[in-house]
Design a binder for this molecule. Structure first.
Ligand SMILES: CNC(=O)Nc1cc(-c2cccc(-n3cnc4cc(C(C)(C)C)ccc4c3=O)c2C)cn(C)c1=O
Length: 282
């Protein structure tokens, strides 16, 4: 019978859904850092190395996320950081992810400054474009694509992380576009103006992501305020070609920042096409 003594509900199915992680099977290790929702620890789960995000109650709308977790479990692609499951039996709730050896891409780019080859930089952009094209084909919007939200595994493989998670952030400094923590410098104009998120606005962020990669992790519009960036975008100004970026890649970036109804898939095909050209040009 339900708690409020109302109409009887079916007895809670005691067997764990496949999206639940049994805390008994989870071994926690050292701290990896802290993110928007709290501490992230290294760990072990069923003989796999994992990253465990301990969710602080005041940082995430838990109930809403639990629903979403079932959807996210089914988003599975080699260029997305895989969610293995959620541990809700104990507090704080924790999310169990595949482990990425080399951590956050923006830190990695800065650490590898001067050592990243053209192949590696193009490969990173292709990796993320594949992960993002998969999200687009699943009608899933990231909402906060940036190098800081991508992770690096071994041999420079890059995967997209924390897709769609901004919807569960309770800190409204982060979620409203007028506030300081909103990622204006990665956001499409329609997102800044009317919070209109779409795969098209993910394409815009993908262009800024490529700019970050070819600038070895430098911040876009570094010494400009968010307001100044909005003004310059309205004036039609865009980020300049990074020194290390070939013209073909810069062309793609600029394409991402056009206010055209272009989807990511068309950009992917384009990137692959240019990838082949770069290879053929040797
Ligand atoms: C050395 N290896 C590692 O460190 N590996 C890993 C580090 C992290 C890690 C560690 C600390 C903080 C964060 N982090 C960063 N940005 C975030 C942004 C958001 C949004 C909502 C603002 C987008 C939400 C959560 C986070 C978040 O938890 C991550 C991803 C996660 N994973 C899977 C690893 O393999």
């Amino acid at each position: 019978v339900s708690k409020d003594g109302g109409c009887p509900q079916e007895i809670e199915d005691s067997s764990k859904d496949q999206w639940e992680v049994d805390p008994e099977e989870l071994i926690l290790g050292q701290e990896l850092g802290s993110g928007q929702f709290g501490l992230v620890l290294e760990g072990k789960w069923r003989d796999r190395k994992v990253a465990v995000k301990m969710i602080r109650e005041e940082c995430m709308s838990n109930e809403e996320f639990k629903e979403e977790a079932k959807v996210m479990m089914h988003l599975s692609h080699c260029k997305l950081v895989q969610l293995y499951g959620v541990c809700i039996q104990r507090s704080p709730m924790c999310l169990v992810f595949e482990f990425m050896e080399n951590g956050c891409l923006s830190d990695y780019l800065r650490a590898q400054k001067g050592c990243l080859s053209q192949e590696v930089m193009l490969g990173m952009c292709l990796d993320v474009s594949e992960g993002m094209a998969y999200l687009e084909s699943s009608n899933f919007i990231h909402r906060d694509l940036a190098a800081r939200n991508c992770l690096v595994s071994i041999n420079n493989e890059v995967k997209v992380s924390d897709f769609g998670m901004t919807r569960y952030v309770l800190d409204d400094q982060y979620t409203s576009s007028q506030c300081s923590k909103f990622p204006v410098k990665w956001s499409a104009p329609e997102v800044i103006k009317y919070c209109k998120f779409s795969s098209k606005s993910d394409v815009w962020s993908f262009g800024v992501f490529m700019w970050e990669v070819y600038n070895e992790g430098r911040l876009p519009y570094e010494n400009r305020s968010n307001a100044e960036v909005v003004e310059s975008l309205n004036a039609g100004l865009r980020l300049l070609k990074p020194r290390l970026a070939p013209d073909s890649v810069h062309l793609l970036m600029e394409w991402c920042w056009k206010e055209l109804p272009l989807t990511l898939v068309s950009n992917i095909k384009y990137l692959h096409y240019w990838g082949q050209c770069e290879e053929n040009l040797g």
